[in-house]
Design a protein around this ligand. Structure first.
Ligand code: BEZ
Length: 218
């Protein structure tokens, strides 16, 4: 049986298109300021607690794929309510057990000031643990995508990379990424909003469902 209890009222949170709220905080990589990441992509993600099973597997998976995020010029930043010294102890344990050094900053947020600003926790929640929220923040500091998983389900690192690739590709091409799109797959064109183009289209779907770049081909 599910332990999930729906709330009576939805709680406010950030939306796609909002500026990511700035903060400065202590982290395992020194003091960090979010605005210092302008000019590059950043994935900011929260986890419920250090020394927990699912979170540990996520950190191991992310540390293993760190080069893939680097290659895409995307920084990673983790955050939880645990103290800086708890973060240090957990990262040391991960190094000893998995032979992996987690080098991306893990931010401490013991007062939940960041968690509340981002809506990673609800003001109504008695449990201070953040859920597994992931924010994809573009080089202008704008939140471009978000995912939210419960404490008992871990994130997919390939999906994090795929979302990042898709956001970069649609920005570059001014196009759309279809379902299950992955690097190398065709993108879709923006649909026309001109009635003349719709009536003169060669068939009933090509005006809204068209592979991007097809027009330019001979
Ligand atoms: C976990 O990461 O395994 C976890 C975290 C919080 C609650 C339950 C599980």
């Amino acid at each position: 049986m599910s332990e999930f209890e729906p709330r009576d009222f939805p709680h406010s949170a950030l939306r796609i298109g909002d500026m990511a709220p700035n903060f400065t905080a202590r982290s395992t990589a020194g003091n960090v300021e979010l605005s210092a990441y302008r000019g590059r992509w950043l994935i900011l993600f929260s986890h419920p607690a250090d020394f927990t099973p699912v979170c540990t597997t996520e950190f191991v998976a992310l540390a293993r794929e760190a080069a893939e995020f680097d290659r895409r010029e995307c920084a990673l930043m983790a955050l939880s309510v645990d103290s800086l010294f708890a973060h240090f102890a957990w990262l040391r344990l991960i190094k000893d057990r998995f032979d992996l050094e987690v080098r991306f900053p893990v931010v401490e947020d013991p007062t939940l000031v960041i968690g509340h600003a981002y809506g990673m926790v609800s003001a109504q929640d008695s449990d201070s643990a953040t859920v597994r929220t992931t924010y994809f923040i573009d080089p202008d500091g704008v939140i471009r995508a978000m995912t939210c998983y419960p404490a008992n389900v871990g994130r997919s690192v390939p999906e994090m990379l795929r979302i990042l690739d898709a956001l970069k590709a649609v920005d570059k091409e001014g196009a759309l990424a279809p379902a299950n799109w992955a690097i190398g797959d065709p993108l879709l064109s923006q649909p026309t909003v001109e009635i003349d183009d719709i009536f003169s289209a060669s068939d009933a779907t090509s005006w809204f469902l068209k592979e991007h770049g097809k027009d330019a081909q001979p």
